[in-house]
Ligand binder design. Structure first.
Ligand code: SF4
Ligand code: SF4
Length: 391
């Protein structure tokens, strides 16, 4: 297993991290899988307070008893949309420590930030100050955040605090989406280690690829699965510290371990990179709105996350994603104080003059509104916001 040193704290982390969200529901299988991963050199395990309604942390805690805990780094997350007071945050951390059967969390993240307003709320409640206190006491070793918003908000958040690390969604399809490649480079330039999530877009880059993309991959001399292509593309970036993969079978685990044993950064050849260029061109041709997420149209005075709206909309067609509506609400601030939906557009037209792609932003946002903001889910999100007391 290849490893990389976290330059901020000296931790030697396996380049392959175990994303526990998709662990098998059968406890014995899950525990065996975790043990096998550790024996093969994986030493970074990522879970969250909300995964499997809390059972995920409990399961990881059980698997790490008997001497395994000391061999690995545990990452878990605080859900900001469930935190309405400092005491609620304290209660969540205390529950997590008890579920994980541990005295400390190695990597603690504010979960799923989508915009600066969510971070500001944590600051105003005193959560960041308290986390620093916990870090001084040793209960938390590193403070970070996971991110699902736009490049614009990523830049604001990463510069707003002295983060120990961050976690972003990144893969060959997301080079210009969410935090984007420039976000990865920015984090690196600030000396902030980066953990990558969704390297296979929840399996979509394996199971939902267009046929001509598969043909391109298959044209290469060496036989590789789409998953291997996608992982090698990420590990080719020297700026990446750990790539999380949500493995739930021995077969997946073994394949990923094999790749992680020789996927060095800057190792892809010119021929391999050309294959990715062709793949990206095919993907771009299937893209409905040619937004490159440059962000020149931002900020919108009415809070619309313009590139984020187009990205979610494009995914609907590109990867035949059945969860497209839910993901739209999730990434566009459905659980934040400042949602950024297409329907918020007031058609002022200020954004369009800045768009180098000459996109008719107002017209396209109307289509996004029509196709992505269904009445049923809109009502469900409203109800969830009420329940979580999000104003
Ligand atoms: S046209 Fe709509 S999206 Fe563009 S700046 Fe105005 S309100 Fe924002
Ligand atoms: S300016 Fe145009 S291409 Fe750039 S993010 Fe905005 S809509 Fe997309």
């Amino acid at each position: 297993m290849l490893t990389k040193i976290n330059n901020k704290n000296g931790d030697e982390l396996s380049i392959l991290g175990f994303g526990c969200m998709r662990l098998p529901s059968d406890e014995i299988n899950a525990v065996n899988l975790i043990h096998e991963a550790i024996e093969n050199g994986i030493n970074y395990f990522d879970t969250a307070y909300i995964y499997q309604a809390g059972k995920n942390e409990t399961l990881l805690g059980k698997a790490l008893t008997g001497g395994y805990r000391e061999r690995v780094k545990v990452a878990t997350k605080l859900p900001p949309y469930m935190v309405n007071s400092l005491s609620s945050a304290k209660k969540i951390l205390s529950t997590q420590l008890s579920r994980l059967q541990t005295e400390y969390i190695d990597y603690y993240l504010i979960h799923m930030l989508t915009d600066k307003a969510m971070f500001d709320k944590m600051v105003s409640l005193g959560v960041m100050e308290w986390l620093e206190e916990e870090k001084r006491k040793g209960t938390i070793k590193n403070i970070g955040f996971s991110f699902h918003g736009s490049k614009y908000d990523f830049e604001l958040i990463i510069k707003a605090y002295g983060w120990d690390f961050c976690q972003i969604q990144y893969n060959y399809l997301d080079e210009n989406n969410q935090a984007t490649k420039s976000g990865l480079m920015l984090a690196c330039s600030l000396g902030i280690p980066v953990i990558i999530m969704e390297p296979l877009r929840g399996g979509k880059l394996v199971n939902n690829l267009p046929q001509n993309v598969i043909k391109e991959f298959n044209s290469y001399d060496v036989d590789r699965s789409p998953a291997e292509w996608a992982l090698r593309w990420i590990w080719n970036h020297k700026e990446v510290n750990v790539v999380l993969s949500g493995m739930n079978s021995e077969e997946q685990l073994n394949e990923n371990i094999r790749i992680a044993c020789d996927a060095k950064s800057d190792s892809l050849t010119i021929e391999e990179l050309k294959i990715f260029d062709k793949v990206k061109t095919i993907m771009a041709e299937k893209t409905k709105v040619p937004c490159t997420a440059c962000g020149y149209c931002m900020p919108c005075p009415h809070g619309v996350n313009i590139p984020g709206c187009f990205s979610s909309f494009n995914d609907k067609y590109l990867l035949d994603d059945k969860m497209h509506r839910f993901k739209y609400y999730q990434t566009l601030g459905g659980f934040s104080a400042k949602p950024a939906y297409a329907s918020q557009c007031k058609e002022c037209g200020k954004c369009e003059i800045h768009c180098p792609q000459k996109i008719e932003i107002r017209k396209q946002l109307k289509t996004v509104d029509r196709e992505m903001e269904g009445v049923v889910l809109k009502t469900a999100v409203k109800a969830a916001r009420k329940l979580l007391k999000i104003k």
